[in-house]
Design a protein around this ligand. Structure first.
Ligand SMILES: Nc1ncnc2c1ncn2[C@@H]1O[C@H](COP(=O)(O)OP(=O)(O)OP(=O)(O)O)[C@@H](O)[C@H]1O
Ligand SMILES: [Mg+2]
Length: 370
């Protein structure tokens, strides 16, 4: 829309005035003039929609009379500001409707008291009730999303524990089967010579044990609960080293020690996911894991010299395609009071940084080692 001043160029003064009155009367915002004493001098038609009053009913009334009692202080401060500086706002207030309900409004004010054409304070009142309601709903939805994603992480861990236990039981069954076979071979009337079976049994046991170790280490490393982060990461790295052509190093400072189980688990999972990504996506030649403790903070860095990637774009894509790795790195760090960041760009490799507070109580051993 053209500005009024431009519209008015060339128009006769009377016509120009009529147009301005027309604009004011059709504005969705309430435009009014208020006296130095805070009384309404004139008000536009939009007040009918906002408050259910006809303009004539408000003339001579105090502007503040229609505000929520808790907002009067802010309104007075705004009034003082417009008197001293010439401008005030935008300020958010609640304006009472004739039916007793409140609308949320945003007001801005301009001091025109010394202008003989107006001799009043121009107050613009905009109804933002819907906007505030929607913003509130969005905020609540966002909080809920955050809560759910945290719950998802907790659920993932408990599911992994459950799986680890199941697999453990499975393998134990297999071991029991082997033992049974050995007992049968030892029976006096057995046609099978036990000695001839030994290599088979031995290979079977070794295979099962190896599978068990790999799977439980991946799902929930028992060494994390028993011996802490340093041992768990070293065990895990030793296992993963055979699965990647990259040179994989881990420098875990001896000062890392033990700390709260939740924080140890979060740190382990962050390293696990960052390493998995470096191995899976980065085509890295070197992957370096560094963990040390800086007073009450565990500092983690997982760096690779691979392809790198556009982090914001990947995070956005990941959210749409249910890839949870990068998001879970950030969520896990936040859940234990820390934070994580992913530093990468195409062609520049990737470094995942995380800082985890270690000041919570160390409750090693209290949890089920699964
Ligand atoms: N170290 C890395 N090097 C190169 N690209 C990476 C690296 N880490 C992540 N990416 C990119 O970011 C994307 C999202 O990673 P994210 O870990 O969220 O998902 P994912 O690994 O594909 O799947 P998920 O972790 O859910 O199994 C990846 O698909 C990959 O394109
Ligand atoms: Mg991943």
């Amino acid at each position: 829309m053209q500005p009024v001043a431009a519209e008015g160029i060339g128009a006769r003064p009377r016509q120009q005035r009529q147009r301005l009155i027309m604009l004011m009367d059709h504005s969705l915002d309430v435009l009014e003039f208020v006296s130095r004493g805070g009384r309404v001098q004139s008000v536009s038609n939009a007040i009918v929609a906002l408050a259910g009053y006809a303009p004539a009913e408000l003339i001579g009334q105090k502007y503040a009379k229609f505000l929520h009692p808790d907002d009067i202080k802010v309104a007075h401060a705004t009034f003082r500001q417009v008197l001293s500086t010439g401008h005030a706002g935008p300020v958010q207030l609640r304006y009472r409707h004739r039916d007793g309900s409140y609308r949320t409004v945003q007001i801005t004010a301009r001091n025109c008291l010394s202008d003989p054409r107006f001799e009043g304070i121009l107050v613009l009142t905009r109804d933002i009730t819907e906007q505030v309601t929607i913003e509130g709903a969005l905020l609540r939805a966002n909080r809920e999303l955050h809560r759910l994603s945290q719950e998802l992480l907790v659920a993932q861990d408990s599911e992994r524990r459950h799986l680890a236990r199941e697999l453990h039981d499975d393998v134990q069954q297999a071991l029991a089967g082997l033992r049974y076979s050995m007992a049968a071979a030892r029976a006096p009337n057995s046609a099978v010579l036990p000695a001839s079976m030994v290599p088979t049994w031995d290979a079977g046991v070794a295979e099962i044990m190896d599978k068990l170790r790999r799977l439980t280490l991946h799902l929930l490393p028992a060494s994390l609960d028993r011996f802490g982060l340093a041992v768990a990461v070293e065990d895990y790295v030793a296992q993963e080293r055979s699965l990647t052509p990259a040179v994989l190093t881990a420098e875990i400072a001896p000062t890392v020690g033990r700390f709260a189980r939740d924080a140890e688990l979060a740190a382990f999972r962050i390293i696990q996911e960052a390493l998995a990504n470096a191995m899976k996506h980065g085509r890295a030649r070197v992957i370096r894991i560094e963990v040390h403790r800086d007073r009450d903070t565990l500092v983690i860095a997982v760096a690779d010299d691979g392809t790198g990637f556009d982090v914001p774009a990947a995070m956005e894509r990941a959210a749409l395609t249910s890839r949870i790795g990068l998001h879970s790195i950030c969520e896990r760090a936040t859940r234990v009071g820390g934070h994580a960041s992913i530093d990468s760009s195409p062609g520049q490799g990737t470094t995942v940084h995380a800082e985890i507070p270690t000041s919570g109580p160390a409750d090693a051993g209290a949890a089920d080692p699964a």
